[in-house]
Design a binder for this molecule. Structure first.
Ligand code: FMN
Length: 171
């Protein structure tokens, strides 16, 4: 048993979950994946104020215009990991400025990448295609989950399990 445990943590030590979350939905998914895989985690902080109605509107416009933003200093070096799993909310059908800034800065350090997106509506649109072209690498796996699914425990667990399984298979 002790042996099995050490093997499992050995295997997953090389995964980093990087996410940005304005209101906690993407964090919920990131937390779950991090725990399940025994991964390390990095939370990206947007230095620009994104709260309130004004923050929402400007945020949407910035995302739409593919703008970057200033992000806080990172704590984990992505080049140290075999796989980076990026978690992002969908903003105006696109990648929010904080995730864009992170990826532009560190894409060359990312060996292998998987991507998940949370959204208010049912569809995550073209965010995965956008992520793939921004990073310049195929996503080994991707998953989108909407608010309704996030709040339904059985759907949440089913979606997350299949995403985690597909990552484990391809890693
Ligand atoms: C600026 C902004 C733009 C958004 N645009 C979309 C959108 O185009 N389509 C969609 O389905 N949800 C959209 N949403 C909703 C978020 O994608 C959804 O609530 C997400 O799960 C929030 O994640 P978070 O709680 O981690 O910040 C938008 C939210 C914000 C703040």
């Amino acid at each position: 048993m002790g042996n099995m445990e050490s093997t499992a943590s050995e295997k997953s030590r090389n995964i980093l979950v990087v996410y940005y979350s304005r209101t906690g939905s993407t964090r919920k998914v990131a937390d779950y994946i991090t725990k399940q895989l025994g991964a390390d985690m990095e939370m990206i902080i947007d230095m620009k104020k994104r709260s309130g109605v004004f923050g929402f509107v400007i945020g949407g416009m910035d995302a739409l215009m593919r703008k970057e933003t200033k992000i806080s200093e990172i704590k984990k070096d992505p080049s140290k990991y075999e796989l980076v799993i990026v978690g992002s909310p969908l903003w105006a059908g696109n990648i929010p400025p904080a995730i864009r800034a992170y990826l532009n800065k560190y894409k060359a350090d990312i060996k292998s990448v998987a991507f998940f997106a949370t959204s208010g509506g049912l569809s995550q649109g073209k965010i995965f295609e956008e992520a793939r072209s921004l990073i310049g690498k195929e996503l080994i796996s991707f998953m989108g989950i909407c608010t309704k699914e996030l709040n339904d425990d059985s759907v949440f667990e089913a979606k997350l399990s299949s995403f985690i399984e597909s990552i484990a298979q391809k890693k």
